[in-house]
Ligand binder design. Structure first.
Ligand code: CP
Length: 372
């Protein structure tokens, strides 16, 4: 690793006006300092992720998610790049399915920490076009990089590449399966919005009602968001799923909700439920079979919708017309902060998985707890 230029100095505060909402907009960009300044970040908890494959939202503990979010908040607030945390590390971003945010935010995360990227933006440029198996592609990647970030149309793609892959795999979306790092980005946005979610609920504190406009059984981002929500069950009053499907959950999600004793309801009446929701998670694009489908498209929101004044909207994006642009400048808009924050939560995850937390400068001033 390169010598850090100022190993004993407190990192400077970052100046990031480009991710502030534009002038005249009331969209939310929560202050990241509120999340990490009140309690130390636990390195031992983050070190549990060293060398791990990141395959699904359910693999994380509450502590791992909250400590990742606190580290991500520090990365958002402070200038860490002068410490070159990923210097010498190479990641392959292997995308066999289209992406705007996930690939570029992962690549931005790596490049801004001085790591290097081998970028496959289109699977048709790999041997897959000639019929090569993912297992064989995985064997090759072992020699070329230190981790693989893969998106694929097939739900079984992670297990196929893992037949031979011996470096960490981060699942960036597998068909209608899961999208665990999107769930981290979702909960990072929510924890910055309400830092109390990062601690057990205080006696007498209110609970939030989550509304899902979408179909978790067919939409990987919605499914991973809900599975990660189970870690925050103590803070959740009720989950309402508004879907065109009579049974929108899929077996795994419904079992998990039942096991976690979370109160849930399914409805197809958006106007009835909207005024009672504190957090609204929307999506309309599902990857079914071998193509995209627009589902739940009759559940549309705009600035005139009867949304609670304090409620926030999350959307993994891309959007179609279910999320009207008239909401972009309102205080309900947490979705742009959610997308922008994905860079920092992915940086935190990569530093943990690639064992580069030790590159963090000035542990004391970052209030990082190395002992518990
Ligand atoms: N949220 C998300 O997965 O976006 P992309 O499809 O653009 O990567």
């Amino acid at each position: 690793m390169k010598e850090t230029p100022f190993p004993d100095e407190v990192p400077e505060e970052a100046d990031r006006p480009s991710i502030d909402p534009p002038e005249g907009s009331e969209a939310i960009r929560p202050e990241p300092g509120n999340l990490f300044e009140s309690s130390p970040i636990s390195l031992p908890v983050l070190n549990e992720l060293k060398g791990e494959n990141i395959l699904n939202a359910g693999q994380f503990t509450f502590e791992q998610v909250t400590e990742l979010c606190k580290l991500a908040a520090a990365l958002e607030k402070l200038e860490i790049w002068p410490y070159h945390p990923l210097d010498g590390k190479i990641a392959v971003t292997a995308f066999f399915e289209a992406s705007t945010r996930t690939r570029t935010s992962f690549e931005s995360a790596i490049l801004r920490l001085d790591g290097k990227v081998i970028s496959i933006a289109d699977g048709s440029t790999t041997g897959q076009a000639k019929g090569e198996s993912l297992a064989d592609i995985g064997e090759m990647f072992n020699a070329y990089a230190d981790c693989v970030i893969m998106r694929h149309t097939k739900t079984t793609a992670p297990e196929e590449i893992l037949q031979n892959l011996r470096i960490p795999l981060i699942n960036a979306g597998n068909g209608s399966g899961e999208h665990p790092t999107q769930a981290l980005a979702d909960w990072f946005a929510l924890l910055k919005w309400n830092p109390e979610l990062a601690s057990p609920r205080k006696p007498g504190a209110g609970k939030m009602n989550l509304g899902i406009l979408g179909t978790p059984g067919s939409m990987r981002a919605v499914k991973s968001f809900l599975l990660m929500a189970l870690l925050f069950q103590d803070h959740i009053g009720k989950v309402t799923v508004i879907s065109e499907m009579a049974d929108p959950f899929g077996e795994e999600v419904i079992q998990s909700l039942t096991d976690a004793n979370i109160d849930y309801e399914v409805s197809n009446d958006v106007r009835e439920h909207l005024p009672g929701l504190d957090v609204i998670y929307m999506n309309s694009i599902a990857f079914l079979g071998d193509s995209y489908k627009n589902m739940d498209s009759r559940f549309k929101l705009n600035a005139e919708s009867p949304i609670k004044e304090s409620a926030v909207i999350l959307h993994p994006l891309a959007r179609l017309d279910e999320l009207d642009t008239s909401l972009d400048k309102t205080p309900h808009n947490l979705y742009f902060s959610q997308a922008h924050g994905a860079v920092f939560i992915r940086q935190a995850l990569l530093m943990a998985v690639l064992d580069r937390l030790k590159a963090l400068p000035n542990l004391i001033d970052l209030e990082i707890n190395t002992t518990s």
